[in-house]
Write a new protein. Structure first.
Length: 191
């Protein structure tokens, strides 16, 4: 007999939604204003806009993926709650790292920290998926929604490729690999 205590995921989902909304708001509020109202001043901030775009798409993709997964989850336990708290902690670093990478676009340290954040997000998702499958073993829809290969393994490979290219002398590769991963994920989710 299973003596574990299980919970509904509705409160966790509401909390996750609220935190993602706050993170997206902080992201846009941290965009610097142009020095003057001109196209050249806006163009000077293109690195900031590029970093914002990637981070915004990652946050919205995380929200969409979380919603897709938890639409099929019948029960959660304290392990899942703490995995989500760890996930939100790492996701909450996105606004800070977005500013850091936008202001230091060609810095290896800034790009690596930015990329490592997404690798950590991916790793937490992987462990969360395994825990959800263990708790909800009979749910085939959940297994399909998690899609560990397309949702976690391929993005992890792309992030690692970005890190390797960055260490070989092109730090911005990490940002481009993040963008490729997100675009790939969006296209995949629309199928």
């Amino acid at each position: 007999m299973d003596n574990k205590i299980y919970f509904s995921s509705s409160r966790l989902e509401a909390f996750y939604d609220a935190i993602i909304a706050i993170i997206v708001t902080v992201l846009v509020l941290s965009l610097p204003q142009p020095s003057e109202a001109s196209l050249s001043a806006l163009g000077a901030l293109k690195g900031n806009y590029f970093a914002y775009l990637i981070s915004f798409l990652i946050c919205t993709n995380l929200w969409q993926y979380h919603h897709l997964i938890y639409n099929h989850v019948e029960k959660i336990d304290m392990v899942i709650i703490w995995q989500n708290i760890a996930l939100l902690f790492v996701v909450s670093l996105i606004p800070y790292l977005t500013i850091f990478v936008a202001e230091n676009q060609f810095s290896l340290l800034a790009q690596v920290l930015y990329g490592l954040d997404f690798i950590l997000i991916n790793m937490i998702h992987f462990f969360m998926a395994r825990t959800l499958i263990r708790i909800n073993p009979e749910d085939k829809n959940l297994l399909n929604a998690l899609n560990i290969r397309n949702g976690m393994i391929i993005p992890l490979i792309l992030f690692v490729v970005g890190l390797v290219i960055a260490f070989l002398g092109y730090p911005v590769a990490i940002s481009f690999c993040c963008l490729i991963t997100i675009v790939r994920s969006i296209v995949y989710s629309l199928k």
